[in-house]
Design a protein around this ligand. Structure first.
Ligand SMILES: [Zn+2]
Length: 145
C-alpha cells in the first residue's frame, strides 16, 4: 500500500514537471516583437532578424528618451534656479515653482544639510527644501562639493 503511494507521488511529480516544461516551450515560441511563431532553437526570442532589430532599436529609443527627459527636467530646474538667483530671490513656495515647470524630484545631489534640512543641488546651485518651499538658494563656490 505504501509503495503504491510513493509511485503515485512519483507519477504526479513527473506530470507536473512535464507540464512546466511544456509551458516554457510554448512561451518561447512567440516572437517578442510581433507575437508571431518562432521556429528553430528553443532559446530564440524572435521570428526574424528584422524583428530582433526592431525590438532592440525600440528598447534603445525608450532608454534614450528617459535620459533625455531627465536632462530636460534638470535643465529647466537649473534655468528656474538661475532666474531666482538673478532676481536675488532665495526662497519660493513649491507650488509656485511647480507651476512654472520646476520638478522637485529631479536633482543632481542630496544630503542632510545644517539643522537637519534636506539639502539638494542642481549642478552648482544648492538649496534647502521643506515640504512647502525651497529656501537658501545659492550658487556653490567653484570647486566646492
Ligand atoms: Zn517577429
Amino acid at each position: 500500500m505504501q509503495s503504491l503511494d510513493i509511485r503515485q507521488k512519483g507519477a504526479l511529480f513527473g506530470k507536473k514537471k512535464n507540464m512546466a516544461y511544456k509551458t516554457r516551450i510554448e512561451e518561447e515560441t512567440t516572437c517578442l516583437e510581433c507575437g508571431g511563431a518562432v521556429t528553430g532553437r528553443k532559446d530564440k526570442h524572435f521570428c526574424s532578424p528584422s524583428c530582433k532589430n526592431r525590438y532592440h532599436n525600440r528598447l534603445q529609443r525608450q532608454r534614450r528618451d528617459i535620459r533625455l527627459e531627465t536632462i530636460t527636467a534638470l535643465s529647466r530646474n537649473y534655468e528656474i534656479l538661475e532666474a531666482l538667483l538673478k532676481e536675488k530671490v532665495s526662497s519660493m513656495p513649491l507650488p509656485d515653482l511647480v507651476r512654472i515647470g520646476f520638478k522637485p524630484d529631479y536633482v543632481t545631489g542630496h544630503r542632510k544639510g545644517l539643522y537637519r534640512h534636506e539639502e539638494f543641488s542642481c549642478f552648482d546651485i544648492r538649496y534647502y527644501r521643506s515640504s512647502t518651499k525651497i529656501f537658501n538658494v545659492r550658487r556653490t563656490a567653484s570647486g566646492e562639493r
